[in-house]
Design a protein around this ligand. Structure first.
Ligand SMILES: [Zn+2]
Length: 294
């Protein structure tokens, strides 16, 4: 109570002081973004913010804009490098580069669990997708650069392997859905990143109420660009771990696997590049009599 009275007395007796100019606000936001203790570094300014709604609003707006920009740049740096290099190579050869060229190029690593070594392999993979039909000239150009495509696929997979992923979960009528996305804020390369092993523990997570399911996902590297993906699904007191459908979606396609007696569904070959953006759907409906043959 005494503190409140003191505050009130100070507000009434002390002038609010001059307003903080844009330069000072920017300086304080920068300090806050780099983890400094703004209250200590900028004591009089912070006191002014406490008494002046106008400056407080301006500070808050600038701070939230800056936080968004920094998070965005971290995400961009995460996704950019190999893709940017491949685009720089292709662009001069494209008569009229598609407006969505970066998305078109970004979709490529999701299509190839293994780099195609011949034009036939390249076309065989694309035949199962709508990718080439939408951008025939890009497909022709990529075909002329299979070696560069291999480098692009390999470096994209290397950039992705072992990185942190964020997970959003949703409860569906038939079960649970997990949407993976690259975690922001990991733009700074880790020194030991060249030594990532052949096993990547992607996530371990409880989903749903009142009885939570436990979902864990693990990838085992099979090559520079492909891996096996194991999705383990469990729940306290679960009697029948097997026979549960798990579906993964990436790059416009879906694959389904069924859990074994240990509750693990295995996808033998998935593009590593697809892992951070996978959508995983787990059928957790209780087994109904007569539904066994699904
Ligand atoms: Zn002010």
């Amino acid at each position: 109570m005494n503190n409140h009275l003191d505050d009130l007395r100070r507000i009434l007796t002390e002038p609010a002081g001059p307003h903080l100019d844009d330069e000072k606000l920017a300086e304080m936001v920068t300090a806050e973004l780099s983890g400094e203790d703004v209250d200590v570094l900028y004591t009089p300014e912070t006191a002014h913010l406490g008494r002046c709604p106008d400056c407080a609003a301006a500070y808050e707006e600038l701070a939230s804009l800056s936080f968004t920009a920094v998070a965005g740049m971290a995400a961009a740096a995460y996704a950019m490098t190999p893709q940017q290099a491949f685009m720089t190579l292709l662009q001069p050869e494209l008569a009229e580069p598609a407006a969505n060229l970066s998305q078109v190029i970004a979709a490529l690593p999701l299509l190839f669990a293994e780099p195609p070594t011949t034009p036939e392999e390249f076309e065989a993979v694309l035949a199962h997708t709508t990718w080439a039909q939408s951008v025939p000239d890009v497909a022709t150009t990529v075909l002329r650069h299979l070696a560069a495509l291999t480098a692009y696929l390999t470096s994209t997979a290397a950039a992705v392997w072992g990185r942190a992923v964020d997970v959003q979960t949703a409860v569906l009528p038939q079960g649970h859905q997990l949407q993976l996305q690259p975690a922001p804020g990991t733009a700074v390369p880790v020194l030991s990143s060249a030594e990532t092993g052949d096993e990547w523990h992607l996530l371990s997570r409880s989903v749903g109420h009142p009885v939570a399911w436990h979902v864990s996902m693990r990838a085992a590297r099979r090559s520079a660009t492909g891996c096996a993906l194991m999705v383990h699904v469990d729940r306290p007191g679960l009697a029948d771990a097997d026979g549960r459908q798990v579906t993964i979606a990436y790059g416009g396609r879906e694959e389904t696997a069924v859990t074994d007696a240990n509750g693990t569904a295995t996808f033998p070959l998935v593009p590593i590049a697809a892992l951070p953006t996978l959508q995983v759907t787990i059928d957790t409906l209780p087994e109904q009599p007569g539904q066994q043959q699904r």
